[in-house]
Design a protein around this ligand. Sequence first.
Ligand SMILES: Cc1cc2nc3c(=O)[nH]c(=O)nc-3n(C[C@H](O)[C@H](O)[C@H](O)COP(=O)(O)O)c2cc1C
Length: 187
Amino acid sequence: MKKNAAACTCLAPVPAVMVSCGTQEQSNIITLAWVGTINSEPPTVSISIRYSRHSFAIVEECKEFTVNLVTKDLVRATDRCGVVSGKNADKFALCGLTKGKGVAVSCPYIAECPVSLECKVVKRVDLGTHAVFFGEIVNVIADEKYVDEKGRLSLPEGLLAAYVNGKYVSTGEALGSYGFTAKEKNA
Ligand SMILES: Cc1cc2nc3c(=O)[nH]c(=O)nc-3n(C[C@H](O)[C@H](O)[C@H](O)COP(=O)(O)O)c2cc1C
């Protein structure tokens, strides 16, 4: 038997990421779970920010942001950046995070994160409570060990944390890889 539940924002799992914005001197970090990959060429992501967030005005003004991917060791910092506002604190200092100098954007990246996606805003869509910024990924900064000789990113299983129904979770072991069913006999 099935039952209707109230309409809600219950899509899961989703990433929990720390988005850095602003400049090297005046920066901020906001934790976001409403983040998505939305285009291949050019590579583009969306981030959804409530108008009342300190970061909203920063991203709106600078038109750039950096999406920093989170490992389980960074879950405490991720949560902290999601409950404290940059209006009242320097979240890099508060969380003991290191500012890396942006390469293709003015925002710093978070050096402790294994992968950072530097993005330039190409579009803003206004919805009821949130603005959705579409950001073209113009550069990816990753720990050397995760980049192969051809410049492709390769992350170990279980490295990244995710967010499910209000909880931070580890991603665990792989259950299959893209297209594995097509490689099976009689596929
Ligand atoms: C796990 C988690 C996910 C969050 N996702 C979002 C989100 O997608 N959009 C948003 O506007 N706020 C989100 N927040 C809330 C902001 O991170 C939080 O209000 C933060 O303090 C805002 O910082 P700022 O005022 O410095 O911009 C999330 C918080 C947490 C803990």
